[in-house]
Design a protein around this ligand. Sequence first.
Ligand code: GAL
Length: 685
Amino acid sequence: MLLVLSQPLVSAAETPHIPTQIPGRNALLMGADWYPEQWPESRWETDVAMMEAAHFNVVRVAEFAWSTMEPTEGHYEWGWLDRAIRLFEKHHIAVVLGTPTATPPAWLTQKYPETLRVETTGQRVPHGNRAHGSPTSPKYLELCRQIAEVMAKRYGHDPAVVGWQFDNEYGYGQMSYDEGTRKQFQAWLRAKYQTTSALNEHWTTAYWSQTYDDWSEIPIPVGGNNPGLMLDWKRFTTYAWTGYQQNQIDVIRASAEPRQFITGNFMGMWFDAFDHYPITKPLTFVAWDDYVGTGHLNPVANGMSHDTMRGLKRQNFWEIETQPGAVNWAGVNNFLDKGEIRAMAWHAVGHGADEVSYWQWRSALNGQEEIHGALLGPDGTPAPLFDEIAQTAKEFADAQASFRDTGVVSQVAILNDYESRWTIDWQKHNSQFDVLGIATAYYGALRKRAQSVDVVSPYAALDGYKLVVAPCLSLIPEALAQHLMDYAKNGGNLVLGPRAGMKDEYNALLPQRQPGFLVPALGGRVEQYYALEKSFPVSGTWGSGEVSIWAEQLKASAPDAEVLLRFGQSNGWLDGQPAVITRQYGKGRITYVGGVLDAKIMDSAAEWMIQKSGVIPAFGAVPDGIEVSRRVGGGKQVFLLINFKPESQKVSLPRPMKSLLDGKDVSAVDLTQYGVAVLLDSKPN
Ligand code: GAL
């Protein structure tokens, strides 16, 4: 029997550091993504001088410029980029260089068609969009390595270049479904399982005559397939993108000075094409692209996305792209309201961003994104939002020293497991079952009370947290169960949500009831789960309300297991049965929530969790609709308050603080809608 953990346990002894803040540069940076190759050089200095005058101090360039860098095979043109970099230097703007591998040029894909991805239909993608390169094509990897290496040799010592971004949103293009990739997948499986009989056992391939006698028989899953095969294909996908990334890291690290960082631009908590924890491991820090699309800034969902990105490496991050007003790809590309763009930038800082960059400075006059939001109009003069962004950039510059060496510290963590997400999404059982929606409901109710929440891998060290909530952790192999039990035994409060502990690391059912290896510690178990067509009532210690979409009939077997909620009249099976049970375990506690709670019950559940685990918000009570964030470190504590209600609100501070945006000492602040207060507390706890 093969017993390997899919991810190693992360050591608790990590030294905290803030690699997102670059020595010699402001601790908070603001900038734009800009494409000099799209504009006549005679215009460049006008743009760069405008950036400097607007207090911008970082720019990202070149990530789509392959055809300008290497117009024909092996013939490079660097003069334009050299001159652009010197211009940024002259205007005190730090440069982040993107490697251009999301957009291989036409000569390349024409000469080497095997570098193009093959879609699930068997068709090669045509040239003309982006992300058309195959991450598993040996020829494409060779060509990516070459261009990255030439760039790194040229700019790896450039004083104006502070770091590198690989590719662009890799994983956004799909995997390639060609025969070569299939062979790589088979080789990966062989290295993992050693024998086909081990694979057959873990995947239970006796079911539907799926038995594999030879590695070459194993397909790439397209559509539904064996759950073990599907999970391993996703792991292989992570492995392939990690390799795609490492291919460039190796050559950049070989030539670049260690002070130059390496990052990638990720896509927030919603994007799950690969497991982000292993993939972000070799990066200096995480950067992500934060777009609202249709609608307005939702501080809960966007906040959780920031916290998920921060939790990937448990470090500050960069918001390396964000929308200047509107995008071009959503259902309705509405503009953010006046004031909302500034609030969004400070909101990011509150959650751990040390940089905010707008995509993009000015729209190319042609190309797929002609009518995306930009800071300048097509005539090259500022759009109406420019002043708001420039004001925010000035505020960043003025306040930056107070943010030096500060990060976000939380007492509460939510566990995010990509593998559990995938496996539930493949077998929703109720089409409305929404893993992220459920996690966001817990996050919102807890964040309001705790004023800070981390979102981390279940394999992370958990000992610093007073409360850990695992909303839908369906995969709990034995070693992970032990890790969670150790956390509770040593005084932690562990809350498991629906579908916990149903499966092992092969996506196979555990031969016991949920939550599997945690049943003895919980002193209870799930007798049966039910997909619900309608809501059912629940009541108990958390008050009364409803459970919808999913319900689990629990049983408390240990005498000291306590029932917190019971179902009312439901489907007969659930009537009067426990819906939530809790039990003290060691110095801590394990609680199991067997259903999807409505907002009212979720609110009292969160209150109970916060009280039981002794979580104390650092700022204290604020009116509804005010979001509080805290950055702490280097002997400083800074609070950020943002009003997300349409009406003005007054917030009394727990003690007088210095308002960094106007330099006043204040004991209360008045905030209009999207109003922001940044408060330096001279008495950190
Ligand atoms: C991002 C992408 C950018 C730009 C932007 C438009 O996902 O990285 O290059 O396309 O979307 O919103």
